[in-house]
Design a binder for this molecule. Structure first.
Ligand code: HEC
Ligand code: HEC
Ligand code: HEC
Ligand code: HEC
Length: 208
């Protein structure tokens, strides 16, 4: 049967990708079947990357490389506290990309300049909304000066990564959603860059 053969082929492709590519490498095999696999949406034409990236005619606002999804235009309420030393700004591109689905204001299938085909807005617990005051701060510079001012932070290895192993990235020195999350890999659940057992993710940055 056609569908069975297709499934077999996809399974085979997944196996080949899994064995031939090291786990840190980006591959469709790790997005496939996760909640970031929106290939079933009617205007995705069975493709996985297309909801977020395109090889050609990308969005003028290049939130992240070759970005293909309509961007959120929301103004966000930011995290603040009396002890925070960092100065979070309105979400910068790397975080705005995530919020272009996760703030619940842009249709999931609004990509490629296409008219949404009825994919709807995000709802439920994965929707952060436009109020980020109850979320870990993002979109601020995390450098040696901040680590010193705070007193309880690891000094980042570079402007590209907190740790020298480059598991937890920074984007132009800034902490963004994608510092903690890898939208392409759900191995650690919740698309986390690092499993958070024993709060290992938190302890990559916080000396507590
Ligand atoms: C749900 C949205 C989403 C999907 C689906 C997605 N990406 Fe991404 N991608 C992002 C975001 C956001 C970034 C920027 C953050 C980062 O670098 O991890 C990114 C960054 C990238 C980068 C540059 C940084 C890097 O990791 O090398 C490449 C290359 C890339 N994606 C390729 C792909 C390919 C290929 C697919 C399909 C197999 C895909 N992406 C599917 C959201 C997505
Ligand atoms: C194209 C839309 C889109 C973009 C862009 C996107 N997501 Fe998602 N994300 C989704 C959808 C859809 C779900 C599943 C929602 C649901 O099940 O209700 C999801 C789920 C998640 C989950 C929960 C997964 C789980 O298993 O608990 C996390 C974490 C997440 N996304 C993080 C991110 C981050 C971080 C970015 C940016 C780097 C991002 N997403 C970009 C559409 C998107
Ligand atoms: C400092 C690390 C960190 C940052 C930054 C971060 N997250 Fe998360 N996020 C987590 C962790 C850890 C979890 C898993 C929480 C759990 O296990 O309950 C999570 C869970 C989620 C979930 C699943 C639903 C939920 O509320 O548990 C979504 C969706 C999500 N994050 C999206 C985002 C988006 C979008 C951003 C940027 C605006 C972001 N995250 C920034 C660490 C982070
Ligand atoms: C990528 C690095 C990184 C990761 C991972 C991370 N944090 Fe943070 N966190 C920071 C930085 C930097 C600040 C800003 C501290 C400041 O401004 O003094 C911060 C701020 C906070 C604050 C607010 C502090 C205040 O004074 O208002 C709390 C609470 C916090 N983080 C808890 C966590 C928890 C819990 C985790 C794990 C789920 C986590 N963080 C993961 C880097 C990180």
């Amino acid at each position: 049967m056609k569908t069975t053969r297709l499934t077999q082929m996809r399974t085979l492709a997944a196996i080949v990708l899994t064995v031939s590519i090291p786990p840190m490498t980006l591959s469709g095999a790790t997005i496939s079947g996760t909640s970031h696999d929106l290939s079933a949406m009617t205007n995705s034409a069975g493709q996985i990357c297309v909801t977020c990236h395109t090889p050609h005619n990308a969005q003028a606002a290049q939130l992240v490389p070759l970005w293909n999804h309509a961007a959120t235009a929301a103004t966000f309420t930011l995290y603040s506290s009396s002890t925070l030393k960092a100065v979070p700004g309105q979400p910068s591109n790397q975080s705005k990309a995530c919020l272009s689905c996760h703030d619940g204001t842009v249709a999931l299938d609004s990509f490629g300049g296409k008219t949404p085909a009825g994919g709807g807005l995000m709802t439920g617990e994965d929707k952060l909304g436009t109020d980020l005051s109850d979320d870990h701060p993002v979109s601020f510079t995390y450098d040696a000066a901040l680590a010193t001012a705070n007193g309880g932070l690891v000094t980042p290895a570079s402007a590209a990564s907190v740790d020298s192993a480059k598991v937890v990235p920074l984007f132009g020195g800034k902490l963004e959603c994608a510092s903690c999350h890898n939208p392409h890999d759900n191995t650690n659940t919740h698309f986390l860059r690092k499993a958070n057992a024993g709060s290992a993710l938190c302890l990559t940055c916080h000396n507590k």
